[in-house]
Write a protein that binds this ligand. Structure first.
Ligand code: GCO
Ligand code: MG
Length: 402
């Protein structure tokens, strides 16, 4: 089962995606997601210029060896661009293996550990009433776990809130936008928001919140403590992830569960956090942390330390990555929850898929491989458009953390 052809497809059906296509001598086609939000073309180039020329003639069934070759064989290892590229190759190889054996990937990963993959959705509002209405609408669609983000009254532009009736999209098309961030009003407002949500929806709904790395460790400790009465499922990314000792500090002050890791790209980014039990949920994804092969190792380390998985699943992870997340979530013993932001209708048309949603959970389906296709002709109708994640400055102009 030799790899005979490899190519990268960049398209923008509602947002940008980078997709890897591997073809074998038997004519099988495998798909991988190489999308790195706001840095898409860097991964496309890394793949086309430096990785794909190394793949021709390799046995597509040697998934782990190919991973080791691309990771250990590179002098400049790790980092988001490199690891997204390795992930794309890895996903395409798992897809090919499943197709060659006519089984869905979750069976190759050890089989289902559960019947379905619990997912959480995003509620957002430009004010508290709108956020409550958004939670109610998601509950009516069957979600039993909901992340709530809301604009802080008075102006601070909270990332992750949709504007008008548009669904929230992590990147903004066109020139890079700068927003203003103010920590104190945010810290005063968020407990009030969750008090209202609990009051309105009762104790059973799982509630999540994402602080998007905007806080210093002691501020995050204070927020976690003030949210304890509202029993969050998790507080995500309270402080920048390169400071594991920051998480130890937060831990000393609050029992609010912590989730981190959507920006991690290797087990080395989260080893200390996991081993020291500074977090409760690891959010690394198959798309950005080296594919299913590497994410499984992260999950196994986490399992040893009672940390569960809650993988990143925003719209900038393509349907190929979403499918991989669902095969992973179905088969990993210490799975907790999966993020779910539905893609646009155009994206779903470009990437027809076997996975489905019902009653607050998803299933990857029984199609062989990952169960996702890419309609190249349709993809070509949606050319790449520059789009960036907005950055944040304090009111006095100081650059602030992402
Ligand atoms: C999330 C996120 C996203 C990311 C985006 C980055 O939890 O879904 O924080 O909104 O910021 O996916 O590319
Ligand atoms: Mg997040």
């Amino acid at each position: 089962m030799k790899i005979t052809d490899a190519k990268v497809i960049v398209c923008s059906p509602g947002r940008n995606f980078v997709t890897l296509q591997l073809t074998t001598e038997d004519g099988l086609v495998g798909w991988g997601d190489a999308t790195l939000n706001g840095r898409e073309l860097a991964v496309a180039s890394y793949l086309s210029d430096h990785v794909l020329p190394l793949l021709a003639g390799r046995d597509a069934r040697r998934i782990e060896d190919t991973w080791q070759f691309l990771y250990r064989g590179a002098y400049w290892r790790r980092g988001p661009v490199t690891m997204a590229a390795i992930a794309a190759v890895d996903l395409a190889l798992w897809d090919l293996l499943g197709k060659s054996l006519n089984v869905p990937v979750y069976r190759l990963l050890g089989g289902a550990c559960r019947d379905r993959v619990r997912v959480y959705a995003h509620a957002t509002g430009e004010n508290v009433e709108a956020a409550l209405a958004s939670v109610a609408a998601l509950r009516a669609r069957g979600y039993n776990a909901i992340r709530v983000q809301c604009q802080v009254p008075g102006g601070t532009d909270v990332y992750g809130v949709s504007h008008g009736n548009q669904p929230y999209e992590p990147a903004r098309a066109g020139a890079l936008q700068e927003t203003v961030w103010e920590t104190e009003p945010y810290l005063r407002f968020v407990p009030k928001l969750f008090a209202r949500v609990r009051e309105e929806f009762g104790p059973e709904l799982a509630l999540l919140h994402d602080a998007h790395h905007r806080l210093r460790p002691m501020e995050a400790a204070r927020l976690g403590h003030s949210l304890e009465p509202f029993d969050l499922f998790w507080l995500e990314d309270p402080t920048p992830a390169e400071q594991p000792d920051g998480y130890r500090l937060i831990r000393r002050h609050t029992t609010t569960p912590l989730a981190v890791g959507e920006v991690f790209n290797s087990i080395h980014d989260c080893r200390d956090l996991i081993v020291q039990r500074s977090i409760d949920y690891i959010r690394a994804s198959a798309a950005h942390a080296g594919g299913l092969s590497h994410l499984r190792k992260i999950a196994q380390l986490a399992e040893l330390h009672s940390v569960r998985t809650g993988c990143h699943g925003a719209t900038d992870l393509s349907p190929v990555a979403m499918a991989a997340a669902l095969h992973f979530g179905l088969s990993v013993p210490n799975f907790a929850i999966q993020e779910h932001m539905p893609h646009t209708a155009e994206t779903d048309r470009v990437f027809p898929h076997a996975y489905r949603f019902a009653d607050g959970a998803m299933h990857p389906g029984e199609a062989p491989g990952l169960g996702v296709d890419c309609n190249e002709a349709l993809a070509a109708q949606f050319p790449y458009r520059p789009a960036y994640l907005p950055v944040a400055r304090l009111a006095d102009g100081t650059m602030h953390d992402w």
